[in-house]
Design a protein around this ligand. Structure first.
Ligand SMILES: NC(=O)c1ccc[n+]([C@@H]2O[C@H](COP(=O)([O-])OP(=O)(O)OC[C@H]3O[C@@H](n4cnc5c(N)ncnc54)[C@H](OP(=O)(O)O)[C@@H]3O)[C@@H](O)[C@H]2O)c1
Length: 307
């Protein structure tokens, strides 16, 4: 089968398309999926650059790809929830940039019928991360004020939609065409962070979520109400600033299982949540796709199609 691999850490020049044997089911609760589309995530790039050696060590040669959509072509003898021919979304963690991948059934959900494979490959990490951050860690409730830093990004855009659907008052930061996108996803207010300082416009927030990292994170402490919460999915927030501002602050590493996706999938089926695909590339263009994401200014998910 065709797969994307690299043998060394480095820039996108290390990426190559190769022919390798297709994987086979190794345990009773695994399934073999023919990949139709594969989502490209910032972590794919961080791993390739060698920035995740401690947290996510990988064996070379390595095939990236944490989320896919495809068709089940074989199932292990203990699989109960799926059958051959089912169209699914899978959180693969790795190996998703390939024609076939094996997945444990705990990381698989049925693809909503109305979604294309490309749309389906764009949502797993986003809705799973949003669920972990907003509701599992952030305990967001109806009527609360939430700010999403990076509200037009892949993960941030999902958070805007899911927070709004839960009845929160949603404020987003974004730039350029992302301002209109964040509004269209349901944000009640959008601050263009390149033109304005969020601290001049926003206060009394129950939950602030940082999906962007960088210097902007420190500003989020002062917009929180006392006792509020700052959560980051990029870098651990300062505990010193948290104490100073009398708020809670922590890093969230989302642990996405099939059940973590249920809320987002339900919103999709009800037409409330819309997948946002920024750009589609072929599997053979994986290096270009990763560079496109690295360049920034990307609103929504970058997806590879696998034919
Ligand atoms: N911990 C976890 O479990 C977890 C899960 C998923 C993702 N992540 C991480 O979360 C980050 C975002 O992922 P993603 O897939 O959403 O990436 P993405 O689609 O590239 O989104 C990042 C967004 O941040 C915006 N941004 C950049 N600088 C900003 C600033 N100073 N203020 C406000 N917004 C700013 C960008 O907008 P413009 O460039 O257009 O201005 C972009 O829309 C990545 O670092 C990823 O690795 C972590």
């Amino acid at each position: 089968m065709k797969a994307i691999q690299y043998k060394d850490y480095g820039n996108s020049a290390v990426i190559a398309q190769v022919e390798v044997p297709a994987p086979s089911i190794q345990s009773g609760n695994e399934l073999l999926v023919q990949v139709k589309a594969s989502g490209v995530n910032p972590i794919d790039i961080k791993i390739r650059m060698g920035q995740m050696k401690a947290a996510r060590p990988v064996q070379m040669p390595f095939t990236p790809g944490g989320e896919i959509a495809g068709i089940i072509i074989a199932i292990g003898d203990q699989v109960t929830r799926f059958k051959v021919g089912d169209e699914v979304i899978a959180l693969t963690k790795t190996n998703g940039y390939a024609e076939y991948v094996t997945v444990n059934e705990n990381f698989l959900v049925l693809k909503p019928q109305d979604l294309s494979f490309v749309e389906a490959a764009s949502i797993g990490v986003n809705i799973g991360t949003a669920q972990c951050v907003l509701f599992m860690a952030g305990k967001l409730e109806k009527g609360q004020r939430v700010l999403i830093q990076g509200g037009a990004g892949a993960a941030g855009g999902a958070m805007v939609q899911m927070a709004k659907a839960a009845g929160a008052y949603v404020i987003a930061t974004a730039s350029g065409k992302g301002v209109e996108l964040a509004k269209s996803l349901g944000a009640d207010e959008v601050i263009n962070y390149k033109l304005y300082d969020v601290t001049d416009f926003v206060n009394n927030v129950d939950l602030a979520v940082d999906t962007a990292g960088g210097e902007g994170q420190a500003k989020l402490f002062s917009i929180l109400k006392q006792g509020g919460t700052l959560l980051s999915i990029v870098v651990p927030p300062s505990q010193e600033l948290a104490e100073q501002h009398k708020v809670k602050a922590s890093f969230v590493a989302s642990n996405i299982l099939a059940q973590t996706l249920e809320n987002g999938i339900e919103l999709i089926k009800n037409g409330i949540f819309k997948p946002v695909v920024s750009k589609i590339f072929k599997l053979s263009e994986a290096a270009i796709a990763q560079d496109f994401l690295t360049a920034g200014g990307v609103n929504g998910k970058v997806v590879l199609t696998v034919d």
